[in-house]
Design a protein around this ligand. Structure first.
Ligand SMILES: O=C(O)CCC(=O)C(=O)O
Ligand SMILES: [Fe+2]
Ligand SMILES: [Mn+2]
Length: 224
């Protein structure tokens, strides 16, 4: 589960271009490419403030989290009809107290994402996106959330796109595989919008990534 360094990402992006094409005509998706961007420079600079750790949790841990979350989520309806929301086709909850096996997973997330002793937002945010749901570009509230956002992805692969505010030609795409952890820090969190692509637009580096229902479990710190 080694972190992909920015330099490695750039290297992999370069290597991607000359990789063999699959029979479908699409480039084959290499397991080690998680991050692509509008330029190698951007991948190197802002990419260093982004981490994607594939397979951060096991299938068993995913099942434990789902078991904890599904009963509460099932009681809610997916919201589709609020045109002004940043998120379309979702239901969500916050949870402060978790069963011990879940707490253990969350503590692992916290220990890799946040400096020891950094004050965290107490409740963990749980977002359940319907297969037809998606997250529009936004920047998380600077009033309520600090410099770091860390999220586990359950049930589906997805693509998170970062776009520089007022500079739409500068972007990064992250491949959030099922059971991966992503972390956004600093500039990547403050100066870039983030979004999760809808199924129809879910293409990573030329490779189609079907979007199913996706549940994210998100830890945040407090503003400094
Ligand atoms: O689902 C995610 O991983 C991100 C959710 C998000 O951007 C948010 O709730 O602000
Ligand atoms: Fe967000
Ligand atoms: Mn609403």
């Amino acid at each position: 589960q080694a972190k992909l360094s920015a330099a490695e990402a750039v290297y992999l992006c370069r290597r991607r271009r000359s990789s063999p094409r699959s029979s479908s005509g699409l480039p084959s998706l290499q397991d080690d490419v998680r991050l692509v961007g509008s330029s190698p420079e951007l991948v190197q600079t802002v990419g260093s403030q982004v981490e994607v750790r594939p397979g951060f949790i096991t299938e068993e841990e995913e099942a434990v989290l789902l078991q904890e979350l599904e009963p509460g989520l099932r009681k809610k309806r997916y919201e589709f009809d609020h045109w002004d929301d940043a998120i379309h086709g979702y239901r969500e909850t916050e949870r402060l107290r978790w069963a011990p096996p879940c707490e253990e997973i969350l503590n692992r997330v916290r220990s890799v994402a946040f400096p020891r002793g950094s004050p965290l937002l107490g409740p963990v945010h749980v977002l359940d996106l319907d297969k037809a749901g998606y997250i529009k570009p936004h920047v998380d509230s600077v009033k309520f959330c600090g410099s770091t956002i860390a999220g586990l992805s359950l049930l589906s692969d997805s693509i998170m796109r970062l776009v520089k505010e007022n500079e739409p030609s500068e972007w990064l795409d992250l491949l959030l595989t099922r059971r991966s952890l992503y972390i956004l820090r600093d500039q990547a969190r403050y100066d870039f919008t983030h979004e999760v692509l809808k199924d129809e637009e879910s293409v990573f580096n030329g490779h189609r990534v079907p979007r199913q229902r996706r549940i994210s479990v998100i830890c945040r710190n407090l503003p400094g």
